[in-house]
Design a protein around this ligand. Structure first.
Ligand code: NAP
Length: 280
């Protein structure tokens, strides 16, 4: 089974659109998402453009604030503080990476946890790891929703997550622990990655190494979620050798068209959740 992230994300956006129409008639307002983009990074510009496009499509008020690469950190922090107070803004996202002179930690910690649609604020990270309600980082949330499409009951499954970034690996591990999976987190210092992978019912690869996961690393009928986006001479590939692994796996996400489309859909979903909490 190829897990069609594009289709599942489109369905999620369709559902969000309906919910936002309903909420509009109740609250006479709609969720608002403000994105701050600093500099001219081409990939960031594309991400932000897509975020705006899909936000509008589902009925979220989307605003983009752009600053030049050399903007003072204080200007950005002051703008975030202003947005924190603005009732029309349900969610704030500062597009990463940031220029070197701007402290990412300070930026993240200045966003109110309730408006932190990326789920990076330490309060949200802590709530997630304590099993409480929180904003969850969009990519792992998307991976989790894809997994649930394949298998609703994940309890007792052995999952391996390759990669321990704050963005992907760690929050993914928390989501799967919450589902009662037995979770292994692997990283660059893991001794025998193949031996760890072959035991797993679920493999989530969030590494950034083209086709790292091979078919003989994969248990028959395992579910494979490939987060990786790697540019190669032959095009974009994931962290999993899709062609070979798809012959062994029960279900697998393609790259592109798997996890990627879910990330923005989950950002929109997080924005809606922030709006609902602010109005409850
Ligand atoms: P990251 O911060 O660079 O983290 C990579 C992780 O992989 C680290 O924990 C690293 O271990 C581990 N690692 C590196 N080489 C390894 C190896 N040979 N064996 C085992 N583990 C290894 O990356 P990230 O931000 O999480 O992103 C991971 C991938 O996902 C990238 O390709 C990125 O482009 C992609 N991505 C996709 C989406 C999407 O929407 N689909 C969103 C975000 C990111 P150490 O901790 O020991 O260094």
């Amino acid at each position: 089974m190829i897990i069609d992230g594009k289709k599942i994300a489109a369905k999620l956006r369709e559902d969000l659109k309906k919910k936002i129409i309903e909420l509009k008639s109740t609250f006479n307002s709609v969720p608002g998402l403000t994105v701050i983009l600093i500099g001219e990074d081409p990939a960031s510009k594309i991400y932000v453009k897509n975020k705006e496009r899909f936000a509008k499509e589902v009925g979220i008020n989307s605003e983009l604030i752009r600053y030049p690469e050399n903007i003072e950190e204080k200007v950005v922090l002051d703008k975030i503080k202003e947005l924190n107070q603005n009732k029309k803004v349900s969610g704030i996202l500062v597009q990463l990476p940031l220029p070197k002179h701007i402290d990412k930690k300070k930026v993240i910690e200045t966003i109110l946890p309730n408006k932190d649609v990326d789920g990076f604020h330490p309060v949200n990270v802590g709530n997630l790891s304590s099993g409480y309600e929180s904003n969850v980082p969009c990519t792992p949330l998307g991976c989790y929703l894809l997994l649930k499409q394949v298998e609703n009951n994940l309890s007792g499954k052995h999952a391996i997550i390759i990669g321990r970034s704050n963005l992907n690996g760690k929050p993914m591990a928390q989501l799967l622990l919450k589902e009662n999976c037995t979770v292994t987190i692997a990283h660059s210092k893991t001794k025998d990655l193949k031996a760890e992978c072959i035991k797993a019912d679920i493999i989530v690869a969030a590494v950034g190494k083209p086709k790292l996961v091979k078919a003989d690393w994969v248990k028959k009928n395992a579910i494979i979620i490939d987060v990786g986006i790697n540019k190669t001479d032959t095009g974009i590939v994931g962290d999993v050798d899709f062609e070979e692994v798809s012959k062994v796996a029960r279900a697998i996400t393609p790259v592109p068209g798997g996890v990627g489309p879910m990330t923005i859909a989950c950002l929109l979903s997080n924005t809606l959740e922030c709006f609902k909490r602010a109005n409850s």
